[in-house]
Design a protein around this ligand. Structure first.
Ligand SMILES: *Cc1c(COP(=O)(O)O)cnc(C)c1O
Length: 367
């Protein structure tokens, strides 16, 4: 793929923030984009100024939500270079989501090269502050301006990047989780295993309800029996039994196959824990929390990495996990995973890809 590099307007350049990143509201000066139509396939690949999109009000994505996205991070290494964590997995999942949403596939190597090129140009935006990263958001939207319900004939694929701090206001501290007994996130055969916008739109109402009850995330149960645990917010979930056995629900089609989840399974086994993918009945889970058989629970995803659960709320009852403390297994997984991601400890799994942060040719663009 040939990527055209467009010049930036020097008068409009934003400078790199030092701290106070927030989550997902500051973006670097450049973005990648390419277009698709049936005649030309993918074309017009470019890295140019970060700018608003101009869309016809009839554009398909605005009406029927034919949209997919990914989320990965660039980490600043102690030697000043940059790490990506298992980016090949994100490229593969982007195409799996595209397939499910009747969208065209993107060449995985080209997609990754575009991200690397963008990072090379914007490497100064990868924060040096501890715990901060540059969040990378690849997205594809349906752009045909027509209201007929059918797969769009044209698409826009773009990648934006922005510095982020820690995902939760709590930091690496336990979060309270609300179990919805009424609303469901996804059903087997639906789109729960695709990273597509509609899944999140339909979760917001319950998220707001949980907040009013003092909970920061929602735990989703399976949509058929309302009994088996699936995910927590936009994270996968795992439980620790008696301090040594890690259990996470199996991927049955309604759960998003998380890369952090996959890494927790691999790393957990490497560290000597027994790790199982098994269905978890919510009533049994709550009993096991009360009896102390479950010693820890945690969410896992790129944004938070590991998010320990301090309590579950279900039918107006609260169930406290591990005295609302971060447990040793969550702590260990968090330290090891972030150690590998930031390049502080040796990557014995081959999960990271290093990008050299080269000094720019045009120092006046720096700031
Ligand atoms: C992105 C996401 C996850 C976590 O996936 P990672 O690859 O670990 O970031 C889990 N559940 C949902 C619903 C998600 O959107």
């Amino acid at each position: 793929m040939d990527i055209q590099i467009l010049p930036l307007d020097d008068s409009k350049l934003k400078s790199v923030p030092e701290n106070d990143f927030g989550f997902g509201n500051k973006f670097a000066n450049r973005m990648f984009s390419q277009k698709y139509n049936r005649e030309q396939g993918w074309h017009d690949a470019r890295i140019g100024p970060y700018a608003p999109l101009v869309l016809d009000p009839a554009t398909a994505v605005l009406h029927y939500a034919q949209e997919i996205f990914e989320g990965l991070k660039a980490y600043r290494r102690p030697d000043g270079h940059i790490n990506l964590f298992r980016p090949w997995e994100n490229m593969k999942r982007f195409n799996n989501s595209a397939k499910r949403m009747a969208m065209p596939l993107v060449d995985e190597e080209d997609h990754l090269s575009a991200i690397i090129k963008l990072l090379e140009l914007e490497h100064e935006w990868v924060p040096k502050a501890p715990g901060a990263t540059l969040y990378i958001r690849p997205t594809m939207i349906a752009t045909e301006p027509a209201l007929g319900v059918h797969a769009s004939s044209s698409y826009l694929h773009f990648v934006i990047v922005g510095p982020v701090g820690s995902y939760f206001k709590e930091g690496f501290n336990p979060i309270p989780v609300y179990i919805s007994d009424t609303y469901r996130r996804a059903v087997r055969g639906g789109t729960g295993d695709a990273k597509t916008g509609g899944n999140y739109a339909s979760s917001l109402f319950v998220g707001a309800e949980a907040k009013t009850k003092g909970y920061s995330q929602v735990l989703w149960l399976d949509a058929i029996q309302g009994r088996y645990i699936e995910e927590v917010g936009a994270m996968n979930i795992a439980f620790v039994y008696e301090g040594r056995r890690i259990v996470t629900p199996p991927l049955t089609g309604s759960i998003l196959p998380g890369i952090t989840r996959k890494s927790v399974i691999g790393l957990g086994r490497d560290l000597g824990y027994e790790v199982n993918e098994e269905p978890i009945d919510v009533h049994e889970m709550l009993e096991d929390v009360q009896s102390g058989k479950i010693t820890e629970a945690f969410g896992c995803g790129t944004a938070a990495v590991i998010a320990p659960v301090g309590k579950f709320g279900f039918s107006d009852e609260a169930y406290i996990v591990n005295d609302y403390q971060v447990g040793p297994v969550a702590r260990r997984l968090y330290d090891e995973l972030t150690g590998i991601q930031y390049g502080r400890i040796r990557d014995r799994f081959g999960w990271t890809m290093m990008i050299e942060a080269k000094t720019r040719l045009k120092p006046r663009l720096r700031q």
